[in-house]
Design a protein around this ligand. Structure first.
Ligand SMILES: C[S@@+](CC[C@H](N)C(=O)[O-])C[C@H]1O[C@@H](n2cnc3c(N)ncnc32)[C@H](O)[C@@H]1O
Length: 201
């Protein structure tokens, strides 16, 4: 990720489901190049706290299934630990469709999340997520995200394993994908916020 960001001319990066901006802070510390960062999240408190410690980030409250930005504005979109919090396939598909709409052609998408290769974990977590007390989220098969990415015009360039938990039934992966479709999804009725890099003329 570091190398790709360095290659892009003053990239504009969207952190979709940014929380308080943990990821932004990390990126800033290891990518020397300047970049513009926009963070969106549903959670007010996280955003409020994020604003106090990441002053250079433009934070906005929004759900990733319907983002308030104009088409093709971001060079890079990252989404870490968020997809598994979206309850159904329709919502997950909507989020990827939004990423496809917002990303520039050949822009890079990074999705970091937990997956399972076990059908029973997939089915069980899908059912148990509706019992609020348990606080369980639906864990996708890796293949389910692969399908959604391809259906939305992304070409997967790498899938890296980042660790495992719950006795090896759940594994973390980083998906890297390039937006390469010839026709782009549009949402003409979208409320639109234009994002310009401070360094763009
Ligand atoms: C596990 S945290 C990850 C935060 C951050 N990406 C990180 O890696 O530190 C998941 C975040 O996703 C946010 N979230 C969950 N569903 C969302 C949605 N549909 N739209 C926007 N944000 C969402 C939550 O509010 C939470 O801040």
């Amino acid at each position: 990720m570091k190398k790709k960001i360095e290659k892009t001319r003053v990239p504009i990066v969207l952190d979709a489901g940014c929380g308080w901006g943990r990821f932004v802070k990390k990126l800033r510390s290891y990518v020397p190049k300047n970049f513009e960062m926009v963070g969106v999240d549903l959670d007010h408190l996280s955003l409020q706290y994020g604003k106090t410690i990441n002053e250079s980030v433009a934070f906005s409250r929004s759900e990733i299934q319907g983002l308030p930005f104009k088409d093709e504005v971001f060079d890079i979109i990252m989404c870490s630990g968020v997809i598994h919090e979206v309850k159904n396939v329709k919502g997950r598909n909507k989020a990827l469709r939004e990423f496809a709409r917002l990303i520039k052609p050949n822009g890079q998408l990074y999705i970091i999340d937990a997956f399972t290769k076990y059908k029973f974990v997939n089915i069980l977590t899908r059912l148990l997520q509706y019992i609020p007390k348990l606080e369980i989220e639906w864990i996708f098969h890796k293949g389910q995200l692969e399908n959604l990415l391809q259906e939305n015009g992304f070409k997967i360039t790498s899938i890296e394993k980042t660790g495992s938990r719950a006795l090896g039934t759940i594994t973390g992966y980083t998906f890297t994908a390039i937006a390469h479709r010839s026709t782009w999804p549009r949402r003409s009725s979208a409320p639109t916020i234009e994002i310009f890099s401070k360094n763009q003329k």
